[in-house]
Design a protein around this ligand. Structure first.
Ligand code: AMP
Length: 302
């Protein structure tokens, strides 16, 4: 079982071609949806009084949502962003924390023995606290986003210190490590303590840092990008779900499996961005996923 904790959002997303308002989003939403194709997922998060029942049902159909708490006196986390013509550069217009501000997450007893935890974009202080609520987690992976690096940088570093792995995008890595060179950033991330760091470079793929190794992995060349929101979270969910489903234990020791999981994570990212919001992940089938994964491996001759 994978437990995912993080933001569940209403997103307004503006691209040069179309705008969608207040659609289901959030880092935990994308990550848990993507992971649910590979392992049972349990979700922890908070929503407010404006969260449509339709979205609640969509989440509940894919995963265990006992850990999803609704606050009737607050609004759901809201994120408004605009993508440039290249559908790669994003500007944040509004971040309203609403219900996730000062949220005190409670881990349901049924989730306490979870061995794998993904801490999606969220307040790093809450992420640190929640780690201690699990009995004996073996694989803890986190992500973060510009907002938290700008507002709580020291806590972001303390959070990374408590994990086995960090998944972060290039811009965030440069901001966090205060260095323009991604190889240096990757090494700096490892120096905080995790076993591996993955720096995502959007359409250009990822850099994996593990032990002394630096491994570049190209992205899947996708022709139909509609809304890049959630690519990173879906990558992380797919990566973790696949890794857990294939590994005999949760310890990070099989480099070949980590590389395969990165390919699967990338595949899940592509399905997320083909349509607005979570529609791509809702529509895809396990067969579509495996087809694209095989095609990708053939392209890379692996
Ligand atoms: P990504 O495109 O993978 O970087 O993640 C985008 C998702 O993260 C969106 O669905 C947002 O709702 C969510 N998000 C944006 N900013 C934050 C934040 N400060 N804290 C938590 N989640 C966020």
């Amino acid at each position: 079982m994978l437990t995912v904790f993080g933001s569940i959002a209403l997103d307004t997303t503006r691209t040069p071609f179309e705008t969608k308002e207040r659609i289901l989003g959030g880092a935990a939403t994308y990550a848990s949806m993507a992971a649910s194709f590979f392992v049972p997922v349990s979700l922890i998060g908070a929503i407010g009084n404006d969260f449509p029942n339709k979205y609640y049902t969509q989440l509940g159909n894919k995963m265990d949502i006992k850990g999803l708490k609704r606050f009737n006196d607050k609004k759901t986390f809201f994120y408004d962003s605009t993508f440039d013509f290249d559908l790669s550069h994003r500007t944040t217009n509004i971040t309203e924390l609403n219900v996730i501000e000062n949220f005190e997450p409670i881990v349901p007893v049924e989730y306490k023995n979870s061995k794998s935890i993904y801490l999606a974009n969220n307040d790093p202080e809450q992420n640190i606290k929640i780690i201690d609520s699990f009995n004996s987690p073996e694989l803890i992976v986190c992500d973060t986003i510009e907002y938290w690096i700008q507002n709580k940088k020291n806590s972001v570093i303390s959070m990374i210190e408590k994990t086995n792995g960090v998944v972060i995008n290039d811009q965030e890595a440069r901001l966090l490590c205060n260095n323009s060179n991604l190889v240096k950033c990757g090494k700096q991330l490892l120096s905080y303590g995790p076993n591996f760091a993955i720096i995502k470079k959007g359409e250009h793929g990822v850099l994996l840092f593990i032990g002394e190794e630096v491994v570049p992995i190209p992205g899947y060349p996708l022709e139909s990008v509609t809304d890049p929101t959630g690519a990173g979270d879906s990558f992380a969910g797919g990566f973790m779900g696949y890794l857990i489903s294939k590994s005999k234990n949760h310890l990070i020791e099989d480099l070949a499996l980590i590389k395969e999981s990165i390919l699967m994570g990338s595949v899940m990212g592509t399905f997320a961005i083909e349509e607005f919001g979570i529609d791509g992940l809702m529509r895809v089938t396990s067969e579509n996923i495996l087809d694209r994964y095989d095609k990708y491996k053939k392209m890379l001759h692996v």
